[in-house]
Write a new protein. Sequence first.
Length: 227
Amino acid sequence: MPTVLITGASRGLGLEFARQYRADGWEVIATCRNPSTAPALAATGAEVHALDVTDDAALKALGRTLSGRALDVLINNAGVYPLKSPQGSFGDVPVDAWMEALRTNVVAPWKVAETFIDNLTKAERPVLATISSKMGSIADAAAPGSVVYRSSKTAVNMVVKALALDLGPRGVICLSFHPGWVLTDMGGPNALITPEQSITGLRRLIARATPADNGRFLAYDGQEVPW
Ligand code: NDP
């Protein structure tokens, strides 16, 4: 049975990843900050572990707990959008919120990869998927605002590219994904697609990924996203 590890699986896209992989019979290792407040995750039947991805000691401890287990897929999903407009606009950008975004959205995916690299290389065709966003696309940026979130997703795209260069030669396929604008707490009520649609698309891309895809930035529908 293939195994997937998902970060930030308490709700939203992470929870939907857990649901769909479980429904498909996968072994799901789901992590979230506070399992006691994530009953929907427990209901999926996933193996749940507490993990704040910004807590290096907790990450190392989970690495030891899961040592020796092969991971076919690792999903860097946990993310934050700390500021809503008009906060985060020019003249009103708090440094602490920016640092939180960088720590969670940029540094953590790299540290998660470092922690579980030996688990990934035990699998036959391992995929390391990082949930980025089209909002991190420099080519796509046309209107002002949201610099905190945007810059964090631009930076994580470089993290994925750097991981692809480091880990591609070790057989790990590293991908950066735009999940679409999705109806979650983060996406809000005006979003365009459901978590089910987004994750169905992302799972299809993960299932079809080959070493030739290493380092690509793709939307949930398979379209290439410009950097
Ligand atoms: P939600 O806000 O609905 O969920 C975010 C998840 O991340 C929660 O499970 C939250 O846990 C978890 N999380 C946040 N910080 C940490 C942390 N330090 N350690 C562990 N878990 C953490 O967002 P979505 O599900 O919509 O987003 C998932 C990913 O998709 C994110 O990376 C986001 O940037 C990206 N994305 C989403 C889009 C959308 O339209 N929804 C569009 C583009 C990208 P907790 O419950 O503990 O807060």
